[in-house]
Design a protein around this ligand. Sequence first.
Ligand code: ZN
Length: 534
Amino acid sequence: MSSDVVLINGHVMTVDPINPVASAVAIRAGRVVHVGSDADARAAAGPRAEVIDLRGRTATPGLNDAHAHPMSVGQALLDVDITPERVGSIEGIGRAVKARLNGSGPGNWIIGRGYDQARMTDQRHPTRADLDAVAPNNPVFLYRACHHIVAVNSAALKLAGITASTKDPEGGTIDRDEHGEPTGVLRESAIGLVHDHIPAPSEDSIMRALELAGRAFLRTGVTSTVEAGIREPKEMSAYQRLRQSDSLPVRTYLMMMIDETLEHMAGLGIRTGFGDSWLRIGPAKLFLDGSIGGRTCRMRQPFEGEAENVGLWMEPPDVMKSKVIKAHSLGFQVGVHAIGDAAIDLILDAYEEAQARYPRQDTRHRIEHCSIVDFATIRRIKRIAAVPIPGTSFMYYFTPAYLQNVGAQRLRYSVCMRTYAEQDIIAAASTDAPVVPVSATTGLGMMMSRTDVNGDEIWTEETVDLETAVQAYTWNGAYASFEEHSKGSLENGKLGDVCVFETDLRQVAPKEMKDVAIDLTISEGRVAYDRSVG
Ligand SMILES: [Zn+2]
């Protein structure tokens, strides 16, 4: 396949401040060789280049999702889809499980995701009897949409040793019939009794998952992403094998979990930046706190209506701080999950202390999610030159829960893309998929409209224009991985990664952005996704 291509007759948003809009872009041998007029671009691309007529559609640099979990995105895609959109009854679930069994040997686990008894004709959870009828010899484990309830069959209960005499674990329930026998429905902590017996995915299965996830990212225009947590050798190995066989679908920046990987990498002298344009060692990663939805992120003030609850720390603050300082001292960029304002205070303290003790140029330490901030914190982020990675899609899906849990006032600067831009703070857009879908247009639309999943607006003071939103989803992500010299904008010499939207985005109302499809995703001059082909 050719990697020479010229896109003409379009609305090309270059994210290059010197040359922000063009009608054409030429890519030769995978690199941008001209951005400008149709005639000049055609000439630069050479006679053998494939010509794509944009017919006025918008093209941007390939999108960059600055925080996601591709391995988990793909694992979820490997599981049986039993969402209400796919199955409407327990019988339908049975058919879906049976179809998966056909390709699977006895004893292999069948995992399904997404049923909702309220949206099925039966109006009840599947029971072990329902599932035994279709899968007598394979353990079956089906997540309800919320993941707080599962339905399993007898083979799964047996492997977990759950019988009528098993007591409910603390914080969980084993549903039982009138004889006290488990029905197969497990709630909250009881889920772990079975879940702990599901074997971890093999290296081959991780590779399959990454290929599926990569295709999902390409369908939404994303050519670069971040894997927010490598813990195990087989994960690293799966990524490397895909890279070696040229089948890694999207460029991936690997966040390396401090507890599991820092010593090993330090022992080899590896640090942030090692790798190539497809696969690169990224920051050392640590979790400081939990989530707003679960009321577990660490807050300065209690959650709404819960005077005692300020959330939790993953570990004692001093321990986490010293881990961050250590990673910094070893030459790593650091990327820390910090959602509550108290957690963000702690990480800024840690970054300051690290820099004071081990001064280093251009650290670009990241704050993953960076959800609850006030203006003073923003000034501090600016002073430290930290890089916020706000959950632009979180804001779309979770604003209703955020309002309940922390109230509107504490959300004033949540995902404040306009304030960040005004303060010259480089904040990169992200999904955290599969926590929310991979869709990039959801995040673009959220930044531009500040409209949530219910259609309600939240702090519209923070709306941004199309150019700022696209920059957050391209150049800013490249900056967050030290790669803005090679990607993130369409300029001569940069990687030929392009996203072609189905229409001219200037004609799309901000609230409608989320519904815009991607027609083409081009990676290094090759068409990696074409909507007309599927
Ligand atoms: Zn994450």
